[in-house]
Design a protein around this ligand. Structure first.
Ligand code: G4P
Length: 507
């Protein structure tokens, strides 16, 4: 059976037009009826909790969400990835839950730092990528320049699927190579309102360009795209609605259906005989007075039915999933059934953790959802020392959610938190205060990074004995080497070849 699910994310540098494109995709899918709602909903949501004030202040989005819409019999699950570089951990994990990605590039700016970073994550996992060169209604770079930059910077074959007839003030329309139709700007707003011409007259200079573009780049090759070696390139304007419908059609026709997922040596396909999935994100309830959370499960196999009992790998005993949530853009809807590729929100009180596998038989363990070695480590100093217990609870909760990582040193009382970006620390302090009534300072720690130790128990014990001042346990009780510098890591690795100093940890 071929699946009608397309589960994907949009990756981009802030301001390239991700929000606008998301909105237009949802409009096309009939999921929302007025443009502007994605932002409006975002603002309403942000107002709800204290720590999200940071988002408002900084004008960035730090939480990711899921939006589902349907068109022509295909169900699209769009996973929003936070665009800010500080939240890379969360973003990495979200990208483990998609089957493909749309890379949005500003036609005037080309590849920007965050685009490149996110692209690298996709490449690590061989996630196929379609490119959308946005804002052709504005003055931009020469399209050839953009294509060549994508090819060079990302070492990818590029295959243009459309071409802008002029740009900015000279923009006259968009030619779709596949259909030969030209979409034209109309009215005062110069938007695309649905008018497409066959055999459109194209001014000479653009006709030449188009010939060059079609002859000078590889043809679209489905296999090369799905292997992550080639990116089809769509031009358009999210704001003026150009190229959006073509993009949706391309996702429906070419983007891969749910992929098999690695579980150790095995690959679990959609037809594996039971319901399985993994948690890639946990989000605290927006209401700070209630401690419940939503765990986001990417379904891998089977047909899920409401009320079904699934066993989380971290818990060992089954839970009944009575009120799962599917994420339609208008509202959250209670799901009755879900298929591989779907994302299900499971309300819980802290039992579900990022990286957990859920299954009926408890026999599968998905792998590949790593924790990353923190790049910033801070000592947590309580302002009121009687709040030790509350602090521990808060740090455990927040590390379960993936907001921070926490390390408990063997020697010395205070906990150490680790993050990959500064913004995570601001979120931590703000949530400690708002949700746990714990006031804390984050102080410099002597450590620069951390490595998980792997090896025989004897080797680990011996190492621990001689390096007590540099040893901590993480939330799961696993042994961690706290390094004063990356040189330190290399030195210890050389001295202790029987141990592995790992920069990632997979649960
Ligand atoms: P992001 O989520 O990637 O950060 O980008 P977003 O969609 O918010 O777009 C950033 C800015 O670029 C917005 O303008 C948006 O209107 C504009 N934009 C997006 N797509 C296009 C396009 O195809 N053509 C043109 N000309 N502009 C586009 P803003 O003024 O910063 O925000 P707003 O006040 O208009 O919402």
């Amino acid at each position: 059976m071929t699946s009608n699910r397309r589960t994907f994310a949009i990756i981009s540098h802030p301001d390239a037009g991700k929000t606008t494109l998301t909105e237009k995709l949802l409009l096309q899918g009939g999921a929302i009826h007025l443009a502007g709602q994605v932002k409006a909903r975002g603002d309403a949501r942000r107002a709800r909790s204290d720590w999200m004030k940071i988002e408002q202040q900084r004008g960035i989005s730090v939480t990711s969400s899921v939006m589902t819409f349907e068109k022509d019999g295909i169900t699209f699950n769009l996973l929003d990835t936070p665009g800010h570089e500080d939240f890379s951990e969360d973003t990495y994990r979200t990208l483990t839950a998609v089957d493909s990605a749309i890379m949005v590039i500003d036609a005037a700016k080309g590849i920007e730092p965050q685009t490149r970073k996110l692209f690298e994550v996709c490449r690590l996992r061989s996630v196929p990528i379609m490119t959308f060169v946005n804002k052709v209604d504005r003055e931009g770079r020469d399209p050839f320049e953009t294509l060549d930059e994508v090819a060079d910077a990302l070492a990818l074959d590029v295959s243009p699927q459309m071409w802008p007839i002029g740009m900015g003030g000279l923009f006259e329309g968009l030619l779709d190579f596949r259909t030969g139709l030209v979409a034209r700007p109309e009215g005062a707003s110069k938007e695309f309102l649905g008018k497409r011409e066959t055999d459109a007259a194209i001014p000479e200079r653009y006709a030449e360009e188009i010939e060059l573009a079609q002859a000078g780049y590889p043809e679209f090759d489905l296999e090369a795209y799905r292997n992550g070696d080639l990116t089809p390139v769509y031009f358009g304007s999210a704001l003026k609605n150009f190229g959006v419908e073509e993009l949706i059609t391309a996702i429906a026709d070419f983007a891969p259906p749910p992929r098999p997922q690695p579980a150790g040596e095995e690959l679990i396909g959609t037809d594996h005989g039971e319901v399985t999935g993994f948690i890639f994100k946990v989000q605290a309830n927006m209401d700070p007075n209630h401690r419940d959370r939503i765990a986001f499960m990417r379904q891998v196999s089977g047909t899920f039915k409401r009320g079904m009992k699934l066993t989380p790998s971290g818990l060992g005993k089954p839970i009944a999933v009575h009120s799962p949530i599917l994420f339609f853009a208008q509202d959250r809807e209670i799901a009755d059934t879900a298929e591989p590729g779907d994302i299900i929100g499971i309300p819980n009180h802290g039992t579900l953790r990022v990286g957990d596998t859920l299954s009926e038989t408890n026999k599968v363990r998905f792998t590949g959802l790593p924790n990353f070695a923190p790049e910033i480590l801070r000592r947590v100093q309580l302002k009121d020392p009687t709040k030790t217990k509350q602090l521990r609870k808060a740090l455990d909760d927040l590390s379960e959610e993936g907001v921070i990582q926490v390390f408990y040193p063997l020697i010395g009382g205070s906990s150490i938190v680790g993050v990959v970006g500064q913004l995570q620390l601001d979120v931590l302090v703000s949530r400690l205060s708002a949700e746990y009534k714990v006031e804390a300072n984050l102080e410099a720690s002597p450590f620069a990074t951390a490595r998980w130790l792997k090896g025989s128990d004897a080797a680990k014990d011996a190492f621990e004995k001689f390096n007590q001042g540099n040893i901590a346990h993480d939330r799961d009780g696993d042994l961690v080497f706290m390094a004063k510098s990356s040189w330190d890591v290399g030195y210890q690795q050389e001295k202790n070849p029987e141990l592995t100093f790992s920069a990632t940890k997979e649960r």
